[in-house]
Design a protein around this ligand. Structure first.
Ligand code: ATP
Ligand code: MG
Length: 436
């Protein structure tokens, strides 16, 4: 195939049967959001580049080197494929004055774009479940969001032993400023150890240096002064408020004073859910509070907190821990031995579908009609629970044959054609075996 007709490097096609795992995951997510009272929100994939530069911070990995930015050739607008979801959601809230009637809990499933080095669990187009509580100031909602994340992990069948929760507080701007001064002094006294990125960030954004993935800098970074020691009473009280809820419901967590996250907009609570199962792509979920972002994007001061879960990484983790993902199969495979039966079968299959039964009907090729044997093979491979056989003999008597494919204890039987939909719907509902 011509080079240019392949998918873009780091961007994946999701085909069946893999797509069924995605749908299963999405169904669980939707149900969870309903249980916690979060409403769905959808914002554009393309936003003005300035939104991310202003929102995420100029000196972040994302803005410096990971954004897909381009100039709209029609009018010269500077645009970017969204690299994260929060900035767009906050923009939408401000633009529509959507919090006029009070705070809002929203969630979204989003495709995101970052120009990173593709590897397992790290792609250039990836997907997130993104959750935001907008207009809430208290630690109760921070805790709620952490609980949601745990509930989702549990609901998906991830054993709690396979993930850990790390928690930190980034305090308030004034506290960060005091910490920053101490940090710069520390880094300056170890100037020989700083790599190029770090030297560049020393005065523009020294906190980012703590986020380095350079092993040669780890020891020096570990010894740096910790923000925790600069937090005032209110910030500590907020952190303790979150901890009190987590403790009361019995969630284990570790305070990680070096947890900083990749965007500048965070303050107070930050957290990550991490697994050892996925190597260096071990963070499956990350989030925190961003009380300053609304103002930064031209809105009224509005406290908010949110998290994002990497869908690809979650699906990889599900695979790694051997969690059961139910396969999607039709209830019924319609076997049509001859062209004669096709018209009757099409009408009957429509009635079945109207009764809520999922039906895969044998499709004729342009020339050869499939033999019974080959149709039964396809029925078996489809995973259907029943084969419904529209044979000429049966149709002559206005009947159809129902053959169980999965349960040897179930007997084959003949049904009146007109009653087949209600009988089969009932069977699938009650799961009771067909009596001969
Ligand atoms: P990392 O440190 O692994 O780069 P991050 O801090 O950049 O992650 P966030 O921006 O907080 O990640 O996004 C939240 C989640 O989205 C991550 O925990 C991860 O599960 C997922 N994620 C982030 N970047 C990618 C990517 N390039 N490909 C796949 N999933 C990703
Ligand atoms: Mg990253």
């Amino acid at each position: 195939m011509a080079e240019s007709l392949r998918a873009v490097k780091g961007m994946n096609d999701i085909l069946p049967p893999e797509s069924a795992r995605w749908e299963w995951f999405e169904t669980r997510v939707r149900a969870l959001m309903a249980r916690y009272g979060y409403a769905n929100i959808r914002t554009p994939i393309v936003e003005p580049t300035a939104l991310f530069v202003r929102g995420l911070g100029e000196v972040t990995d994302i803005v410096e080197k990971e954004m897909y930015s381009f100039v709209d050739s029609m009018n010269g607008d500077k645009l970017t494929l969204r690299p994260e979801a929060t900035a767009g959601i906050v923009r939408a809230m401000v633009e529509h004055n959507a919090l006029y009637n009070g705070p809002m809990r929203v969630w979204s499933q989003v495709a995101l774009f970052r120009h990173e080095r593709p590897q397992k669990g790290r792609y250039r187009q990836f997907h997130q479940i993104d959750v935001e509580a907008l207009g809430f100031a208290g630690p109760d909602v921070d805790a709620e969001q952490i609980l949601m994340c745990r509930a989702l992990l549990a609901d998906l069948g991830i054993p709690m032993a396979q993930v850990r929760l790390e928690l930190n507080s980034l305090g308030q701007p004034a506290e960060r400023l005091a910490h920053r001064a101490a940090l710069v002094a520390h880094f300056e006294s170890h100037a020989d150890l700083l790599d190029e990125d770090a030297r560049r960030r020393l005065h523009s954004n020294p906190l980012r240096i703590l986020d380095t993935k350079n092993p040669a800098m780890q020891a020096m970074v570990e010894a740096a002064p910790q923000l925790m020691d600069f937090l005032g009473e209110a910030s500590l009280a907020h952190l303790n408020g979150v901890r009190a809820v987590l403790d009361s419901v019995g969630i284990a967590y570790r305070i990680n004073p070096r947890l900083v996250r990749g965007m500048d907009y965070y303050n107070l609570t930050v957290f990550e859910w991490i697994t050892d199962q996925l190597g260096s792509q071990g963070t499956v979920c990350g989030g925190g509070r961003y009380d300053g972002l609304f103002e930064q994007l031209g809105g009224k001061p509005t406290p908010a907190v949110g998290w994002g879960m990497g869908v690809e990484r979650m699906l990889l983790l599900l695979e790694a821990v051997g969690a059961e993902v139910p396969a999607i199969a039709p209830d019924v495979y319609a076997i049509v031995p001859s062209l004669n039966g096709m018209v009757a079968a099409a009408a009957a299959c429509e009635a079945l579908r109207a009764a809520g039964v999922s039906v895969l009907m044998h499709a004729a090729g342009r020339e050869a009609w499939g033999s019974m044997k080959s149709q039964f093979k396809k029925a078996d491979a489809s995973g259907a629970r029943y084969a419904l056989i529209f044979g000429d003999d049966e149709l002559a008597q206005d009947t159809v044959a129902l053959k169980p494919l999965r349960d040897a204890a179930e007997a084959q039987r003949t049904l009146p054609l007109a009653d087949a939909p209600s009988i089969i719907a009932e069977l699938l509902l009650t799961g009771s075996p067909v009596q001969a």
